[in-house]
Write a protein that binds this ligand. Structure first.
Ligand code: SF4
Length: 387
């Protein structure tokens, strides 16, 4: 931290009010600045009406947790996820009945459908014939390269994309033995071997994932893989677990990769509902500044100086502005310590004090409003600014 930045007032949030990620990303003093936030260039791969990679927005995926053979339940969950912001939804295909159910699921789905296949390449072929927009296969358990090629040729013929999904828990035995465990280099070799094989046989439209439940191993694997291929990356931390721990682990891993410019589509893998996965994925994208999925709400954590019900104000403002899709910074601050400074830097903001707050728009003071009118006034200002 430079002298000027370290001289900023200490704040209960633990952050200096003037530092931003964009300042950091562009700093010539930062030895990593060449790599930070610069998106890796990749081929574009079409999955239904969503393009993965090639500079397209990072898409959000999730996976249904219903029995795929139950078409109505699965379709309902697919569309709930799409309504919540999932761009692509994956379904498990453990048997032929599930593969056949895909046809009806696909017909009613609001977003592209990925079929998740393990062990039986015939299921992959059936899922592609049933209309899957993409299949996820695991080279470690699909039964060898000839079977992989059979699936890939079917996918090519019908325009389906293929995710080569390497997982630390199911690497090819020979690779596992040679490396002595599922280390990042082993994941990379497994993926590279399959990609090269498919490319040699004229197969394109590939996406790669290298999943481990270890954040460090996952990040290292993708960094290594980025040197070896131009196919886009599906990122995530597999089996991240339940609750806050799972959310935090996913956020740490995924945001680390996004910060390095790695990741073209992502899935948060929680022991929880798919809607929670979608919500978490979108929050990570927004926090990593990899997407604009709502306004950037800058609100203080509150402390003993707060004299309005700031938590309720912040929550209501965030809820009422969640449909905004333009860059908009909204500051909601509890007192004069950092309040005016943050509010002035934001597009619109309020710096609260006793029983009310001072409204700001792009650095200019607009006047004071009583506490009961803060939310309406700030929402009105924000909507005007968003236009
Ligand atoms: S009330 Fe003031 S000092 Fe306390 S956290 Fe909010 S802005 Fe910071």
């Amino acid at each position: 931290m430079d002298r000027e930045r370290s001289a900023h007032r200490e704040h209960p949030s633990g952050q200096a009010s003037a530092s931003t990620s964009s300042e950091y990303g562009g700093s010539p003093e930062c030895p990593l600045s060449e790599r930070v936030f610069r998106r890796r260039e990749t081929h574009a791969v079409r999955c239904g009406n969503v393009v993965i990679g090639g500079g397209s927005p990072v898409s959000v995926q999730t996976m249904t947790k219903t029995d795929t053979r139950d078409v109505l339940a699965t379709l309902a969950q697919v569309n709930q996820c799409a309504d919540a912001g999932a761009d692509i939804v994956r379904v498990a295909v453990p048997d032929m009945e599930a593969a056949e159910a895909l046809r009806r699921i696909k017909a009613g789905a609001k977003c592209p459908i990925v079929a998740d296949i393990h062990f039986d390449h015939n299921l992959a072929v059936a899922a592609i014939k049933a209309g899957a927009d993409k299949i996820r296969i695991n080279p470690g358990n699909i039964g060898g390269q000839e079977r992989l090629l059979k699936v890939a040729r079917e996918a090519k013929e019908r325009g389906a994309a293929i995710r080569v999904g390497v997982n630390a828990g199911s690497l090819e035995r020979e690779i596992l033995e040679r490396y002595g465990g599922p280390i990042p280099e082993a994941l990379v070799e497994s993926a590279q071997r399959s990609l090269e094989f498919l490319e040699e046989h004229g197969i394109g439209d590939l996406v790669v994932s290298l999943k481990s439940s270890s954040v460090r191993a996952t990040v290292k694997a993708y960094v290594l893989m980025a040197e070896k291929t131009r196919w886009p990356f599906h990122i995530g931390i597999t089996e991240a677990g339940p609750g806050t721990g799972g959310v935090v682990k996913s956020a740490v891993g995924i945001s680390s990769l996004l910060t390095l410019g790695l990741g073209d589509t992502l899935r948060v893998s929680l022991t929880g509902s798919p809607l929670e996965e979608v919500k978490t994925a979108r929050s990570i994208l927004q926090a990593a500044e990899a997407a604009v999925l709502g306004p950037d709400i800058i609100s203080c954590p509150t402390c003993g100086r707060t004299q309005v019900n700031l938590i309720a104000v912040a929550e209501e403002v965030a809820e009422r502005l969640k449909d905004i899709r333009t860059h908009l910074k909204v500051a909601i601050m509890g007192c004069p310590v950092n309040g005016p400074g943050e509010a002035k830097e934001a597009d619109v903001g309020v710096a609260c004090g006793r029983d009310g707050g001072i409204l700001f728009r792009r650095g200019k003071v607009l006047g004071r409003v009583p506490e009961g009118e803060i939310v309406d006034a700030l929402v009105r200002l924000a909507r005007e600014a968003a236009k």
